[in-house]
Design a protein around this ligand. Sequence first.
Ligand code: ZN
Ligand code: ZN
Ligand code: ZN
Length: 275
Amino acid sequence: MMNTKNSTTEKGIQCYDCSKPIAGKKALECIDCGEFYCKDHVKANDSDHSSICFSCFRKKIHLDVTLELESQMIEAKTQLNSLKEKLKNCKKDLSNKKTTIERHQAQVKINEKTYTRKFETLEKKIEEEVQRGDNLSNTITNLNAALDDYKARENSTEQKKNSLEDEISQLEAELNGAKMENNKLKIEAQNLSDESKKYIQYISLRNTLCNSCKNRVKLLFKDEILEGNNGKESLIASVLQAERNMINQRNSLAPEMQVADKNGKTDDKACCCVI
Ligand SMILES: [Zn+2]
Ligand SMILES: [Zn+2]
Ligand SMILES: [Zn+2]
């Protein structure tokens, strides 16, 4: 910009770039800086027939690029801000999600513990049930054994009862036999008693009599004494001896001769017998 329009006044029109003199009609004016240029140092715009020098064109291009870059930068910044905002939201969301996950994890841990405890309780219950089942099985076995034992004892008791009943029947039969025997013996005893009344009870009399009365009884009731004391040999012999003595006495003509018994006792003169 050192030399301005004065170059046109002194030496005619010169190209502002290469200083070449230009005929008035061929000088092209830059639409930005207003300087004149030869046709080699301007850029023609075909749409509106205007011209722009290279320097202004470069500046214009530079400005356009700068503007575009600025606009791009602003857009990028906006996008960046938007992305930052999104990132912030995402971080917040992530944080929230982390919190949620942590809460869920804590809940899962709690649930895990609860389920583990429940599972252990259940396992214990199952063990108890199995144990109870075993116990029941044992009890049933024991009860069956006790039942068998009871049945065996019942059979044994039944057999003993039958045996006792047999014994009782036998004893009853024996008792009946004994009763019959007793009755028979009673009848026999009655008969013997009746029979004995027919005979002299010499044995009962004997000790109350003196010797002479004894002899008299022996002689008077000889047949009855012999009949009633069958088997008593000494008594029978004494009766028979008394009879022989009496016969001897009659034959010896000594009627007052005393008779001595086999014990050698003499007759009691104070006898009070009334025979
Ligand atoms: Zn220019
Ligand atoms: Zn030029
Ligand atoms: Zn006498």
